[in-house]
Write a protein that binds this ligand. Structure first.
Ligand code: PA5
Ligand code: MN
Length: 219
């Protein structure tokens, strides 16, 4: 906090009506700072979580035979919670670092979730790396959208969302969502998404999750 009393301001000729309230002038320094490009948050009420390969067992049922260590980091999330989670009317602001990698031919990705409250939408915007946002409606229709630095995505509150890193560097993306959106991970853990994003012969392909056919190249 930068502050000085009003006498000092008069001396410096900086008087304004706003500045004389309570005989005290102050410019408060925001308690939270972001490094936009690197994807880092500092300040108070910053929460953090890390997801290792062993935490994604339902996403990669065969990870034990992949040759990757169970403690391999797949992604980490930092988020600022100035409002309590579950509180109506607040906003949360966070960043995900999704590492490059594959389990077999399937790229590293987030768990993915529906919001528990389907009227709660979300923004995603990527700042580095390359990937795909998978979206799915409750009926199972799934589609893919490209995520590149500068991409801004609006996620309808009814859509499940999962991010896949298809590049060879970390995919870093920011998100903003309502503090009462909540998370439904259970439906995704049980049913998965309708599409998988795989590497086949050096190409990134979308494959229907149920039967591996109708391969569509997206490179
Ligand atoms: O709020 C969001 O949708 C994101 O911050 C995600 O929680 C984050 O990317 C991690 O994904 P997931 O929550 O599906 O594990
Ligand atoms: Mn979300």
């Amino acid at each position: 906090m930068i502050s000085c009393d009003s006498k000092q301001l008069r001396r410096e000729g900086l008087r304004t009506e706003l500045m004389t309230a309570r005989n005290q002038v102050s410019i408060e320094t925001p308690v939270t700072a972001i490094d936009w490009r690197l994807g880092n948050l500092e300040g108070t009420n910053i929460r953090r979580s890390r997801k290792l390969l062993k935490d994604l067992a339902e996403v990669y049922p065969n990870h034990a035979s992949s040759g990757l260590a169970p403690d391999t980091e797949v992604y980490s999330v930092q988020w600022w919670a100035p409002a309590r989670e579950g509180q109506e009317g607040g906003l949360l602001w966070g960043v995900t670092h999704l590492q490059p990698g594959r389990v077999g031919d399937e790229f590293f990705m987030t768990h993915g979730h529906y919001h528990a409250v389907e009227t709660r939408a979300e923004y995603y915007t990527a700042v580095s790396g390359k990937g795909i946002l998978l979206r799915m409606e409750r009926g199972g229709r799934t589609w893919a959208e490209e995520m590149l630095p500068g991409t801004l995505l609006y996620i309808d509150g009814r859509h499940a969302h999962r991010v896949v890193n298809t590049g060879d560097e970390p995919l870093v993306f920011w998100a903003c969502w309502p503090s009462d959106a909540g998370y439904d991970y259970a439906t995704i853990a049980r049913d998965g998404f309708g599409l998988q994003v795989l590497q086949r012969s050096g190409e990134t392909v979308l494959v229907p999750a149920a039967k591996e056919q109708n391969v569509t190249s997206i490179d």
